[in-house]
Design a protein around this ligand. Sequence first.
Ligand code: MN
Length: 139
Amino acid sequence: MTSPIRQRTERKLVLVVEDNHLNLTLLRTLLQSEGYEVLEAVTAHDGLDAARRLRPDVIVMDVRLPDMSGFDATRILKTEATTAKIPVVITSAYGGYIDKKRLQDCGCDHYVPAPINVSGFVALIGSLIQSGPTNHKGA
Ligand code: MN
């Protein structure tokens, strides 16, 4: 049970799974400026591990990761009870070809193609956090 004081001061947690450091910096800066706590992973496996342990409020997932695609990582998250309800936003750093079938099948909640529209992205993250349950364990 969370105390009222902790509820007021607790920052929402966003997990960013992204192996490109420029994109990671952009997303971190943007999300932190909105007051979110940002947790970072540069491989899918580290992202899955962080998601299971800390249950972030939202996950931002790159498509191309060194060890596994973001589609496959999202599918895993959506099939596991502890992480299934966490909203996943897939981002495509290069805005190139995206396999629409794999995008649909992975179970992600939203897809944000590059270049990211900053105000639209911030509004999307905010709306996902508003609508979803907060059950993360802090970072
Ligand atoms: Mn990548």
